[in-house]
Design a protein around this ligand. Structure first.
Ligand code: PMP
Length: 401
């Protein structure tokens, strides 16, 4: 008889779990490392300080006094949990305040907040699409977008990454009468490149599709005061739905979707991950709202973030690393070979730099990489130290000359 748990006890060769076990045996396992503490730009592991180049804390607000204070105050006012769905008992005034402030910031009629960014994509896409509709996705879209489509039971097409000709070919094949939702990332989480929004908007109009942009990595990074991709391209009216997460620039936890009032109202009544899950905690909502205020009060943070990322990008390129097409504060270092990537990760970690190793299927086959990302509070000294460590590790492993 077949035992469902067989795969857990005896994973197949080359499966993710098999590789994890091999890595563990060789002392190379890079995941679930418990940090004892963090100051944002540096973390402590086994009593050792390590430069953090793997966080999405783009504006460095996780330790901002105003953000921390707002979270503490919300606990005093509302307690530790909303203890229920937004639909029922879980809506608090702080949720509404956050939604209204975001709608104004993004120049959209309405916003609803979800408990995570993952749930936001899952809920929005599955609520809007029915089996006769089409989800049209970039091949490097985030997994939560793909899972949202999967939950919708809609038809789907994927186009080559950031390739507008490929998108047009896909759109030509879809019946005119079908509902069409193009879903892209504003900034891609692994490649660190920006979507060609003007050309995508042109195609959306030509083929009568709607457009949703996942701005998880763009809010706080691109556009005026970090308003994201649509603002960066001056196309706020052409993007139908702007999605974002609070777990990155907002230094909190949760997600949101912004759009026309009627559409947001529809999502509110049909998104199962919104209806059947508890609301954002009061402290998460308050931290996100405080972060939104800091974003507008301290624009110099965005400028510093870009200076730091540009310094690192230039340094990595000069050393001879392959960083692909990145032009944002996400810089992948492509190693391509799976085991070499793990060894480079370990070497960097031992020398004092934390990066995130990423393997297929999270990236295309043969695109194994170390994902690095930058924080507005990184200092130039930390960046230069990280570059020296990259040089030493890269030369030792023969990745650069
Ligand atoms: N979209 C993108 C592009 C992301 O990178 C992520 C998180 N890595 C999410 C959505 C999900 O956000 P969250 O972590 O808030 O669930």
């Amino acid at each position: 008889m077949m035992d469902l748990f067989e795969k857990c006890y005896n994973p197949k060769e080359n499966s993710a779990l098999y590789d994890a076990k091999v890595a563990q045996e060789r002392g190379l396992y890079p995941y679930f490392l418990p940090f004892e503490g963090t100051e944002g730009t540096e973390v402590t592991y086994n009593g050792r300080k390590i430069i953090m180049l793997g966080s999405n804390n783009y504006l460095g607000l996780t330790h901002h006094p105003k953000v921390k204070e707002a979270a503490k105050k919300a606990i005093d006012e509302y307690g530790t949990s909303a203890t229920g769905s937004r639909f029922m008992n879980g809506t608090l005034k702080i949720h509404r305040e956050l939604e209204e402030a975001l709608a104004e910031f993004l120049n959209k009629e309405a916003v609803i907040v979800f408990s995570t960014g993952y749930q936001t994509n899952l809920g929005t896409i599955s609520a809007l699409l029915s089996p006769k509709d089409y989800a049209i996705m970039d091949k490097e879209d985030h997994a939560s977008i793909v899972d949202g489509w999967s939950m919708s039971h809609a038809k789907f097409s994927r186009f080559d990454h950031n390739d507008v000709d490929s998108l047009e070919k896909v759109l030509q094949k879809i019946p005119e009468e079908a509902g069409k939702l193009i879903v892209i990332d504003g900034v891609y989480s692994m490649a660190g490149d920006i979507a060609p929004l003007p050309q995508i908007v042109e195609l959306k109009k030509k083929y009568g599709a709607r457009l949703m942009v996942d701005d998880a990595h763009s809010i706080g990074v691109l556009g005026k005061n970090g308003r994201g991709t649509a603002n960066y391209f001056n196309m706020e009216n052409d993007v139908d739905l702007i999605m974002g997460t609070f777990s990155k620039s907002f230094a909190s936890l949760g997600g949101f979707i912004a759009g026309d009032k009627e559409v947001i109202d529809y999502i509110k009544h049909y998104a199962r991950p919104f209806i059947f899950s508890a609301a954002m905690t009061p402290s998460s909502a308050a931290a996100a709202l405080a972060a939104l205020h800091v974003m507008q009060e301290e624009p110099e943070r965005i400028e510093h973030l870009w200076n730091i990322a540009n310094r690192m990008r230039k340094g990595l390129k000069e050393l001879g690393f392959d960083i692909g097409t990145s032009n944002t504060p996400i810089i992948p270092v492509y190693i391509r070979d799976k085991w070499k990537t793990v060894m480079m990760w370990k070497e960097l970690f031992d020398l004092g730099v934390y990066t995130n190793p990423v393997f297929p299927p999270a990236v295309q086959p043969n695109d194994s990489l170390l994902r690095t990302s930058y924080i507005a509070t990184h200092t130039e000294e930390q960046i230069d130290r990280a570059l020296t460590i990259f040089e030493k590790a890269g030369k030792k492993l023969g990745i650069i000359k």
